[in-house]
Design a protein around this ligand. Structure first.
Ligand code: MF3
Ligand code: CO
Ligand code: CO
Length: 248
């Protein structure tokens, strides 16, 4: 069941989205060689606290971090710890906050002095695929139109969409219906309506689509160990089209 939000609820989600985006951008700024992922996680936790928000991830199905940090061939759900960021890496940050009862969820991939043109192209293509999906988040479209738009961008760039993990509806809970695959068929799936709030999040692999979960029970990595990028926005469908809520 897809939960529609009224104007008041959207107003609250705008606040959680803004906080999530501010944490995302501040942590992205701090990603640099030598910093540990645990330090970034602690900084995110204190930023959230300073804005009266809490992590939507900490304790979720037992998840041990405040944010997710996934490096290079790691796709999503990397657990922060003692690892140091190095020059040439791509670092995906996934940030979810709860504020006033509503969740905001957003992700970005930061390039740390990356010079490999193919890696730069991967990151840019993933960000553009998210933009293409967001643009289809309009009342009257179907979910398959959105999913297909993301997939088309990725395939045209010569990369692969991760199929084992998907985007999702979002609201009082981080994961609500519907699931939002980053692949699909135009004209299929539920009709999009004003008041829907969606977390759209392409995960894009340079090589094959296949992924595996590591022994820590969380970290998702590409099977072929080639790099993967991830971008995510929380979006509300308004009368006039999509509104990205995860903006600072
Ligand atoms: N934020 C992720 C998503 O985009 C989910 C994180 S799972 C957690 O759906 F366990 F790390 F919280
Ligand atoms: Co997320
Ligand atoms: Co999400």
């Amino acid at each position: 069941m897809i939960i529609l939000k009224n104007r008041d609820e959207i107003r609250k989600m705008r606040e959680s989205g803004r906080i999530a985006a501010q944490v995302r951008d501040e942590i992205a700024r701090r990603v640099s060689p030598g910093v540990t992922t645990g330090e970034l996680d602690a900084a995110a936790a204190s930023l959230m606290a300073s804005m009266g928000a809490t992590s939507a991830f900490l304790g979720y199905h037992g998840y041990p971090g405040n944010i997710c940090i996934s490096i290079d061939s790691e796709v999503v759900h990397g657990i922060p710890g003692g690892r140091r960021i190095e020059l040439g890496q791509i670092v995906s940050l996934d940030i979810g906050v709860v504020f006033d009862g509503f969740v905001g969820d957003t992700a970005t991939t930061v390039m740390v002095g990356v010079t490999d043109p193919e890696v730069i192209r991967l990151v840019r293509a993933t960000e553009m695929a998210l933009a293409a999906g967001v643009d289809k988040a309009r009342a009257g479209n179907r979910l398959g139109d959105l999913s297909h738009a993301v997939e088309e961008r990725v395939v045209n760039a010569g990369f692969s969409v991760v199929r084992d993990f998907v985007g999702h509806g979002i609201g009082r809970k981080m994961h609500e219906d519907p699931q939002i695959p980053n692949y699909g068929t135009p004209g299929r799936g539920p009709k999009l309506k004003v008041g829907m709030t969606l977390a759209i999040e392409p995960m894009v692999n340079m090589g094959e689509a296949a992924v595996e979960v590591l022994a820590d029970g969380w970290t998702v990595r590409t099977m072929d160990r080639k790099p993967s990028a991830h971008f995510e926005h929380t979006v509300a469908i308004g009368e006039d089209g999509p509104e990205i809520l995860t903006v600072p």
